[in-house]
Design a protein around this ligand. Sequence first.
Ligand SMILES: NC(=O)c1ccc[n+]([C@@H]2O[C@H](COP(=O)([O-])OP(=O)(O)OC[C@H]3O[C@@H](n4cnc5c(N)ncnc54)[C@H](O)[C@@H]3O)[C@@H](O)[C@H]2O)c1
Length: 367
Amino acid sequence: MYKVKIYGAGSIGNHLAYACRSKGWETVICDVDPEALRRTREDIYPARYGNWDPEIQLITPDKLPDKDVDLVIIGTPPDTHISLALSVLERNPPKALLIEKPLCTPSLEGAKELFDLAGSTGTFVCVGYNHTMTDNTRRAEEILAKNIIGTPISISARFREHWGGIFSAHPWLAGPQDTYLGFAARGGGASGEHSHAMNIWQHFAHLAGMGRIVEVSAMMDMVDDGVVKYDRVCFLNVRTEKGLVGDIAQDVITEPAEKILRVQGSEGFLEWYVNIDGGHDALRYSDGKGGVKEELIPKTRPDDFKGEINNIESILAGKTGADSPIALNKGLDTMMVVAAAHISHNCRKTVKINYQAGYGLDAIEVL
Ligand SMILES: NC(=O)c1ccc[n+]([C@@H]2O[C@H](COP(=O)([O-])OP(=O)(O)OC[C@H]3O[C@@H](n4cnc5c(N)ncnc54)[C@H](O)[C@@H]3O)[C@@H](O)[C@H]2O)c1
């Protein structure tokens, strides 16, 4: 039985605590806010999963025992991720460390330090882009591996979702001004919150062997009322190292939500859907000769995190590693695109990412 410590008793802390308890793992949740711990026990966890699990320990940081655990999960706001991760790795490195997305703020502050420290401790560090490991993604990978659609020519990804759903899951927040969500510089706004779209675009480009995103041209719609400052819409045109072009759209205004990726191939196409209806993800694809095939993949919200936790279980058992779709370098590559998008929008120019320069703003050049 693995031992897990989760920082943050919020929405994701509860999801991942449930996923860990479903594996029978010993789970401690730590939050700086005692009220968040109370909410977890009395509201969030029982409302989502039927009843509170008394095996879960709830604790404030001052009472947290400094004992060894196998897995640490950081499920706190994005602007706290790097400093917490660095202190975990410096003090008592676990076998695996899962940091929620987005990995950090668009300033990329601390990103290089984290990458270097992760390499020297031997801890397997990963970033919570869970959509790379769900059943619809695995099934899409099988279809692409059979070369049904021919050579991928272009990829489009859209995570466009009004954030009313997030606020109804956080009834104690009056609006974006009460949290990191209302501040792009803290990792909020559409670019940070829905960076799943950038990440899943990169995942499929990687599967197609087309390399990393090296050019970004972005346009955002910023909300700046003197209190909040965030992008409610973030559009990107991108090009990879090997010349694959495509587009990525993220927003916090679209209702009903749209979470789709489309790969256009030389022969046919593949479409990947999250939540096509209340109980399913889906795929649509064609080889360009016959008709369009459709597959509905039943799923619940807890299923969104099962593949991710299964992958971490394999990592803890020493069975998988560096090629994991949630490995730290993949999460950092996504952060580079978030940062590049902000620079491109601010300069109204295309920007280039030079990965040889390391994970910092120095690697982003305005063309
Ligand atoms: N992968 C996903 O599908 C998914 C889903 C939801 C949230 N997230 C991500 O998870 C992160 C948290 O989001 P959320 O909605 O759970 O936020 P939340 O506001 O519900 O919860 C965050 C909690 O962290 C606590 N906290 C802050 N600093 C802390 C510290 N130093 N130590 C311990 N606790 C601390 C806060 O008190 C709060 O209770 C964000 O980065 C978000 O993007 C990912």
